[in-house]
Write a protein that binds this ligand. Sequence first.
Ligand code: SF4
Ligand code: SF4
Length: 87
Amino acid sequence: MAYKITNDCIGCGSCETECKNEAIKQGEDTYVIDPDKCTECVGWFSKSKCVEVCPVDACITDPAHKESNEQLLQKWHKLNPGKTPEA
Ligand code: SF4
Ligand code: SF4
């Protein structure tokens, strides 16, 4: 399940620099997550980095993008060709 950013976002930008899939960009009102690039940090970390660094808990799972661990790992491989998963 990809993550999404709620309207609670205060635009600090911390999550953007932490996302190793480069899934987070500055949007019009809040930062936004590209569900095609978010792997819930599967492949990189055991916990989601954006959730860890967000000071206002604005990063939440998006029920509109349900995916299994296997699907998330497949997505990670597509985004990071030739690399070995670190988590
Ligand atoms: S959960 Fe991980 S991959 Fe997804 S947007 Fe947050 S930092 Fe990026
Ligand atoms: S870390 Fe939280 S408050 Fe900061 S830009 Fe990301 S979602 Fe917004």
